[in-house]
Design a protein around this ligand. Sequence first.
Ligand SMILES: [Zn+2]
Ligand SMILES: [Zn+2]
Length: 145
Amino acid sequence: MQSLTLLETRLVDHGQSLTHARKLIFLLFTNQPYISVDQVLSLIGTNVNRATIYRTIALFEGLDILSRLYVTRDTYLLSLREPFASHHHVFLCTHCFEVTTFSEPAFLPDALSAASKKIEGSVYSHELVLRGVCARCHTGAQTKT
Ligand SMILES: [Zn+2]
Ligand SMILES: [Zn+2]
């Protein structure tokens, strides 16, 4: 429940409050880290009206609570930003758009900080998306041919 405390702090800092709908939508992302707006709508069902869901998503994006991962030029999945979600990276299947999260190997932050030293200015975050075809889609593609 620590993440809910973080959420409430972020909201209150911006003159907002933690409503029941906001809590429900936020908690959805703690169980299903990468989902589309349509999935949010169907998972929340009729508990919250659609306009509230759209407004909450827009608010969360505006307050850097949610961010978008574009899977095609105009389709995206939403996920919690740090510190609402722990630091991780993703593998995106460009065939079925399923996202798998993974923790980075220990040498990666070291390698990135070595690379950052060559950049003038300061680096404060990084993102990494591996794209490919998941095992299921790979097998499916092979049996078809
Ligand atoms: Zn796939
Ligand atoms: Zn990382």
